[in-house]
Design a protein around this ligand. Sequence first.
Ligand code: NAD
Length: 300
Amino acid sequence: MLDTNGTWESDMKIAFIGLGNMGGGMAANLVKAGHKVRAFDLSEEALARAKEAGCETFSSVREAVEGAEAVVSMLPNGAIVKDVYTKDVIGHTPHAATLIDCSTIDVATAREVADAAHAEGYKMVDAPVSGGIAAANAGTLTFMVGGEIHAFDAAKPVLEAMGKAVIHAGAVGNGQAAKICNNMLLAIHMAGTCEAFKMAEKLGLDPQTFYDISSVSSGQNWSMTSYCPVPGVGPQAPSDNDYQGGFATALMLKDLRLAMEAAENADAAVPMGSRAAALYEDFTGAGNGGLDFSALIKTY
Ligand code: NAD
């Protein structure tokens, strides 16, 4: 929100629900931007970290949302988001507040929760993120935002304190739609990149030579040139650190499951996406959920 001097208002009362790996850093960045953050999490440990970062902590969602001008949530899944909003946020937060769910959840639940909020007169957006824990801590996330334009405009200054880009994706649920379509495409080109590097090797090509050729040819893609699954090839990536850090395979699988559910509901054909989902399902099932998703190359 712009104040009367045309500068960003930076002393809002913001309730923050879900202070885990992502939410902890995001809430800390809201504090750094000058906001009063009213934090709640089920975990005492997460609450203690939030307190250390300058948040005021509370022992329930209802207490945290008292007097809030905005509510931000960063929770594990759609069932929890629905539960938290319908039981403790909607009807318990001042009606002028903007509700902002940044969790990655299914499109249908995002729309259902926003409908319940709209019915009570709230502005609500879904604003899932691209970028992992490092980007959450550094305040360099990208937010993909679904919601009416007046809700987007109200959420934007809050999101800008936590990210480098805030993009309006259209109606409610479209932020989640953008997130899962993007990550489905990422899984597909990562699997394709792993496949091509391994086949090139079997055909007698040196991986660096294949990289030098393909990275300036029509096979070029982000998984190859920014996140190469082959150690020692391309810029520094999790493959250079034994596939530690980065974007965990288990989280990629979560997003692929959401993508498959959305594809079924929308009657969209996803032959490549479903193959990628099956590959990540098997790889996670074999105990690799904690490795970066580029470790899929180990299976070829
Ligand atoms: P996390 O498990 O570290 O954090 C979730 C937090 O929510 C935990 O602290 C948990 O105690 C809390 N919580 C659970 N139920 C609650 C409730 N009813 N009330 C209050 N707090 C509750 O997970 P995370 O890695 O921070 O991910 C959060 C969301 O961000 C997920 O939807 C995830 O898909 C998405 N995401 C994560 C990453 C990543 O790299 N970790 C990247 C992009 C998006």
